[in-house]
Design a protein around this ligand. Structure first.
Ligand SMILES: [Mg+2]
Length: 321
């Protein structure tokens, strides 16, 4: 018989996190702990209002399957008990973690993935004035970050990117608009971003307006985030996007994420792996997938005033093991 614990937890941020959708000052996560025969697995998720989730709904979803979990439900069975989303991710991650504990190894080893000594991750710059964003970019670059993820809204797009590019001429820049742009003027904006040597543009349009992306030849790769949740999303992305951003809170855990990554590659998409505002627990869960991604965007814990202990070893733009 298993014992299940499920609770929410808050992590204050050291700096407000500003994206097109709003400002955050705290990461709110839900944690699941599963104990069986003296061994424990732990999983964490970040409920996301954009996808109709709150702490309350996620806790309720998890509590609804506690009797089944206590009876020993498997990871495979879990996939049909809860829909893709944060709640299933927390449980799926806890079950992976428990399987690894039983085998006396890591989830990466279970999947025959060998972790390198370090992994580069994007470091996010949240929305501010062009000058402030350029200063933030310079500071990160000087500390060693070479891949910068720039959050943008629908204003001062070219002004902000020009200021940042001038400040860090050699950095790899990726841009995330979080659905804040419109189809009008998009092609020209993409052209300007390509001229500024931006390596990738993430989710410029609201998810329902993806068709507009099929109307022009992309001068830089465009990546689906809010438009890509699971394998079921892929069909409608063909011809609109070149990349997909895989996050466990959208797929409902690593189990579906691994299948999504394989299917996406087979259909010609390049993979990136992302995270929400979260602790190192959530990053640990996605590591097996991060190693083969074109871009890993896993800096969530670096925004926390205090991470879980022991946390992963982040330095600026780098994750060491
Ligand atoms: Mg995104």
């Amino acid at each position: 018989m298993r014992t299940i614990k499920c609770y929410s937890q808050g992590f204050p941020l050291h700096t407000p996190f500003v994206i097109a959708r709003g400002i955050r000052s705290e990461a709110r996560v839900v944690v699941v702990e599963i104990t069986e025969s003296g061994l424990s697995g732990i999983g964490e998720c970040t409920p996301y209002p954009r996808y109709g989730e709150s702490e309350q709904t996620v806790l309720e979803q998890i509590e609804s399957i506690i009797p089944a979990l206590e009876q020993g439900v498997s990871r495979e069975q879990l996939q049909t008990l809860l829909p893709a989303g944060a709640a299933r991710n927390a449980v799926d991650s806890a079950l992976w973690s428990l399987e690894a504990a039983k085998a006396g190894t890591s989830v990466a080893s279970l999947l025959a993935v060998s972790l390198p000594s370090q992994l580069d991750t994007a470091q996010t710059i949240s929305i501010d004035s062009p000058e402030q964003m350029a200063t933030a970019a310079t500071r990160l670059w000087e500390k060693g970050a070479s891949l910068l993820k720039i959050k943008l809204d629908n204003y001062q797009v070219i002004e902000r990117m020009t200021a940042i590019r001038r400040a860090v001429p050699e950095a790899t820049l990726i841009v995330d608009a979080n659905e804040s742009w419109q189809p009008e003027g998009l092609e020209e904006r993409c052209q300007r971003l390509a001229e500024l040597n931006v390596a990738m543009l993430e989710q410029p349009l609201p998810a329902q307006q993806d068709e507009a992306l099929a109307l022009f030849t992309h001068p830089l790769p465009i990546c689906a985030d809010e438009s890509c949740h699971t394998r079921a999303s892929l069909h409608s992305l063909i011809g609109c996007y070149e990349m997909v951003n895989i996050k466990l809170d959208k797929t409902g855990g690593l189990t579906e994420a691994l299948l999504l990554a394989r299917a996406a590659r087979e259909q010609g998409f390049t993979i990136m792996v992302g995270c929400m505002l979260c602790s190192s627990r959530a990053i640990n869960a996605v590591l097996p997938l991060a190693l083969s991604a074109r871009f890993a965007d896993l800096d969530g814990p670096t925004w926390l005033l205090k991470d879980v202990q022991p946390g992963l070893a982040f330095s600026c733009g780098r994750l060491s093991f």
